[in-house]
Design a protein around this ligand. Structure first.
Ligand SMILES: Cc1cc2nc3c(=O)[nH]c(=O)nc-3n(C[C@H](O)[C@H](O)[C@H](O)COP(=O)(O)OP(=O)(O)OC[C@H]3O[C@@H](n4cnc5c(N)ncnc54)[C@H](O)[C@@H]3O)c2cc1C
Length: 467
């Protein structure tokens, strides 16, 4: 590490290195408290050239490096071990270009997602990637984890937003493919190889991303479902009656809403009654040609008349819509006050979501009576956060010791249904066992070949993604 430091001092400016223990602490923080980062040096290059020089220095000294974005990842992907360098992208935060005729924006990877959205909005354009961590996560981290969020139903995930990439590869070369082309059939799609690779194949330094017309208008409703199965019927009605303008479709369980209202100031459930399941849905459009309110009204009438839903609250203003979304986000926050939570970020065919939730809930309750399933999330694209709150009377440590067993039960059911144990949060270190168990040998073999070809010395984020 000393030899590496000497090299880094030659290529980085004063702000480019962090070595004092108290200053390093925020870079070592791991939000779920499951891992302890041991890095003693953080490099903060200011541009792509400096990133490449840091990589050359690491290769020369054979020191592994761990790219760090906004550090909002939930799988331990940005945790560095002893004698590993943290490479923070925070200073590469410029918007390089916005081409409103081409509907593209080129940004550096350290750009905070919310800043990027705002930059696009000032040009009356929309960047649709949206998640609760958007005030801190960086677009490089979003691409490296192929982030999802609340607008995937209509716009797709991070992978669907990228048209071009700039990245520093493990040999220190800079791959520059930042053309904002919607068609480009020139061999392997290297940008897509890097998306979702969690820093194991390259360091993303910039990207060219798609923009959309800014949705001036939206219509939002919180609806009480007759039962869980009505969710899928409602999704179909919503998709048809909204003529492609359905943007978000989020499942909210009664327990989750209770957690939010009990613990998060300002959260209120406007729906009366004792329904077990509700859905928060949102339509968006730009221009004035479409009457979203009438569309939403027609949708709710049909759903009510056919018995899919039993109650609905339509937001009459943007402020009210925000309050409904605040309630949705409050589920995660509220759950923290209910003791330990064992979490799963799974993906199921939309048609099988109710079956999955029923089977998995029954199985975990049978194994651990008193456990409180709180499945919620992006049901419109089949992504359920199957969170399990502890039995109220159990102590947290004992409860969390059941984590692996619960993961096994839930992920086995996901696997039987042909789903995925990782929908949007990635693998990091947290899901290496599941990679080994559920991914085929063939798929793992191809991934290992790619990794070895690009990073023969295993210096880029070792110990992540591949078991
Ligand atoms: C409250 C909350 C809500 C969330 N909601 C969602 C959600 O709805 N959908 C969703 O998908 N995720 C969600 N997440 C997870 C997290 O926000 C995403 O995984 C996000 O994309 C991570 O971005 P980041 O910049 O924080 O990356 P980091 O946490 O810093 O890093 C994540 C991984 O990417 C690598 N990496 C980071 N930057 C680069 C780069 N420039 N080049 C190469 N590798 C890099 C790291 O090494 C690490 O492996 C949520 C997290 C929180 C805390």
């Amino acid at each position: 590490m000393d030899a590496l430091l000497q090299r880094l001092r030659l290529v980085l400016d004063e702000r480019g290195l962090v070595t004092d223990a108290p200053d390093i602490e925020p870079y070592r923080y791991e939000r779920r408290g499951r891992y302890h980062s041991k890095a003693t040096v953080v490099a903060r290059p200011a541009d792509t050239g400096q990133v490449a020089q840091v990589v050359h220095a690491c290769v020369a000294e054979q020191i592994p490096l761990v790219p760090l974005g906004g550090n909002t990842g939930l799988c331990g992907g940005a945790v560095a071990g002893q004698n590993q360098l943290i490479l923070s992208l925070e200073r590469l935060n410029q918007v390089r270009a916005l081409d409103s005729d081409n509907n593209t924006i080129t940004v550096e990877s350290g750009c905070i997602l919310a800043d990027l959205q705002q930059h696009a909005a000032r040009a009356h354009r929309f960047f649709p990637l949206s998640l609760a961590a958007q005030g801190s996560c960086q677009i490089g981290g979003n691409l490296a984890t192929n982030a999802g969020g609340i607008n995937v139903l209509r716009y797709g995930n991070a992978r669907d937003q990228i048209l071009g990439i700039e990245a520093v590869l493990p040999n220190g070369e800079i791959l520059n493919e930042l053309q904002g082309l919607r068609k480009n059939n020139t061999g392997y799609d290297l940008k897509q190889l890097l998306v979702g690779s969690e820093g194991t194949l390259g360091i993303i330094t910039a990207a060219t991303l798609k923009l959309y017309p800014y949705p001036d208008r939206s219509a939002t409703a919180l609806v009480a479902l007759r039962d869980l199965h009505a969710c899928i019927a409602l999704l179909n009605v919503a998709a048809i009656t909204s003529s492609g303008n359905l943007c978000s479709f989020e499942l909210l369980p009664r327990l989750g809403l209770e957690f939010a209202c009990r613990h998060v100031p300002g959260c209120e459930n406007p729906l009366a009654g004792s329904h077990q399941w509700s859905v928060l849905l949102s339509l968006q459009a730009s221009g004035s040609a479409l009457d979203l309110e009438s569309m939403l009204q027609a949708m709710l009438e049909e759903a009510m008349n056919t018995g899919m839903i039993t109650d609905a609250v339509v937001a009459s203003s943007e402020a009210q819509a925000q309050k409904l979304w605040y309630l949705r986000e409050g589920i995660v926050e509220g759950q923290r006050f209910e003791g330990g939570s064992i979490k799963h970020d799974v993906s199921i065919r939309v048609s099988q979501v109710p079956e999955f939730i029923e089977r998995a809930s029954e199985a975990v309750c049978e194994r651990l009576p008193g456990i409180r399933p709180c499945p919620f999330g992006h049901v419109g694209d089949g992504n359920i956060h199957f969170n399990l709150s502890q039995p109220p009377e159990m102590d947290t440590e004992t409860y969390l010791s059941h984590g692996k067993a619960m993961n096994r039960i839930v992920h086995d059911i996901v696997d039987q249904l042909g789903g995925s144990f990782s929908a949007e949060h990635g693998i990091g270190m947290a899901k290496l066992d599941e990679m080994q168990r559920y991914k085929s040998d063939t798929a793992l073999g191809v991934m290992r070949s790619i990794k070895t070809a690009l990073d023969p010395d295993n210096l880029f984020n070792p110990g992540k993604v591949l078991p």
